[in-house]
Design a protein around this ligand. Sequence first.
Ligand code: G3P
Ligand code: MG
Length: 354
Amino acid sequence: LAQRFSHSAAAPARPSFAIAFDIDGVIIRGRSPIEGSPEAIRRLYSEDGTLKIPFLFLTNGGGVPEHRRALELSKLLGVDISPAQVMHGHSPYRELVNRFENDLIVAVGKGEPALVMSEYGFRKVLSMDEYSSYFRDIDPLAPFKTWTVGQTDNNSSAKVHPLYDVYAERVKGVFVVSDPVDWGRDLQVLCDILSTGGLPGSGKGDQPPLYFAADDLEYQAAFPSERLGMGAFRIALESIYNKINDHPLKYTSYGKPNPFVFKNAASILEKLVMSMYPNSQASNEVNDHQFSTIYMVGDNPKVDINGALKAGRPWSSILTRTGVFRGKDNDPVFPADVLKDLVLFTDHSVPHGP
Ligand code: G3P
Ligand code: MG
């Protein structure tokens, strides 16, 4: 795509297309870049390091603030990525701040979930690590857990006196920010919070709202076959909750393939291109400064390609064989517009290009 654009780089018009890259299984596996991904991303920048093609990372992953992820990706890929170019599964949580004003909420998952939520503006946040540490014997299996969790969350180290009166104050919202680490404990404590109206150890009560940043059943990671993701955790929690309560679990899941995520991504890309080309006119093919095409480059047909299909125009999809999808032929249920071995490619088979 960048190669096609470079033929017209001297033209004042802004590019008529933009790109959204999935991260896990397209750009990175585990902690390492996938073959060709740093080069593919670097092609979107001019030689002087300025951004040439509007793009962002649209991932269902997360667990750290967007600015931190932007720094990590910048180092890994050797380019300057801004926080605005990172959309995590949990990024839309920031829109829910007003709904929880001074309410106590619990943030679940790997990384620094409480820090993420505090930076979004939530005032009373405890990570699941910290919250559960205040309830003696809440996890009967804790004495058998010989490992020490690599906690880095500022809010997660257990303090002798809780910051909030967790024994009297009900949890008013639960946010699964990233993939849970200790599934056993988290399933137990979430069932406690959700079944008791937010006060573990008390009687039954109304379920507080529950949010999941994404619903990926599986994702690629570093192991040769897929790993269970947040969607698998959701199924486990829902099945157990529904067995021990006489009403079904209520929850909201964010992340791809929800069309609203693609809508948000399109508007961020639009702002990005306006800041890159403030004086340019939209090309003749596009109306009202809209892109003629936005490419979703993903590895998971059910999530990335399905999302682009649901979102409709101007979204178009490119499916790589570097992650969840490894097939020779296109996915029969969620067929991509284009199939590629790697995110790095140079041929001209991409439809609707600039
Ligand atoms: O935990 C991350 C995973 O569920 C998906 O990440 O980048 O493939 O959307 P990504
Ligand atoms: Mg992926």
